[in-house]
Design a protein around this ligand. Structure first.
Ligand code: ZN
Length: 134
């Protein structure tokens, strides 16, 4: 691919650029698993509230909140011991790589829908079709 767009990632803790192997994108997997269990509960018992502890705060659309992707330097991660799914920044340094990861998620990771991957990527890259297409 020619003219591949370089993506600069900024750390959510210190605000500085994260380059190469200095850091990663990560998402909290226990929170994702909780969201998946809550979804299954809603499917089985659509009219009853889920078991205690499985209710996520709904956002303004009434949908459960998405688990947020974050960007950190390894040294800035406030919860580096957590069970996160992470991608090295070096591995998402161009738009073509983000596309490749998005395809990977669509093919193999059902849980991706419980995360804010699409709005996260839109916000961080400016890549968006929403004003052009329905
Ligand atoms: Zn940082």
């Amino acid at each position: 691919m020619t003219n591949d767009q370089i993506v600069k990632w900024q750390c959510d803790k210190c605000g500085e650029d994260v380059a190469g192997s200095e850091g990663y994108l990560s998402v909290d997997m226990p929170a994702v698993n909780l969201a998946e269990r809550a979804r299954q509960e809603r499917e089985i018992h659509p009219d009853t509230p889920g078991p205690r502890g499985l209710e996520l705060t709904p956002d303004t659309t009434g949908q459960p909140q998405k688990v947020q992707w974050r960007v950190y330097h390894s040294a800035c991660d406030p919860d580096s011991a957590s069970m996160s799914y992470s991608i090295d920044v070096a591995d998402v340094a161009a738009v073509s790589r983000i596309l490749a990861w998005t395809l990977h998620f669509m093919d193999t990771k059902n849980w991706i829908r419980h995360t804010d991957w699409t709005s996260f990527v839109r916000g961080r890259t400016g890549v968006d079709l929403r004003e052009e297409r329905t």
